[in-house]
Design a protein around this ligand. Structure first.
Ligand SMILES: [Zn+2]
Length: 70
């Protein structure tokens, strides 16, 4: 490993922080237990429920979509 690789740029530090935050908030599918990924909300939900802390998630294993608070 060279010193150039070991040296961390601000961009790398920010990127790692985002990964850690994402990992901390990782949610799992209630059906199969697989990690679910956040996707954008439906247009109608965005339009009428934009003030709610609702987040839409999808499980790529069983293709189950769900809304979660927070
Ligand atoms: Zn699932």
């Amino acid at each position: 490993m060279t010193t150039e690789i070991e040296e961390k740029s601000p961009l790398v530090i920010i990127h790692q922080k985002q990964i850690n935050t994402h990992h901390h908030h990782a949610l799992h599918c209630r059906r199969c237990g697989n990690k679910i990924s956040r996707i954008s909300r439906d247009r109608l939900v965005k339009l009428f429920l934009f003030w709610l802390p609702l987040k839409k998630y999808v499980c790529y294993r069983c293709h189950r979509k769900s809304y979660r608070w927070g």
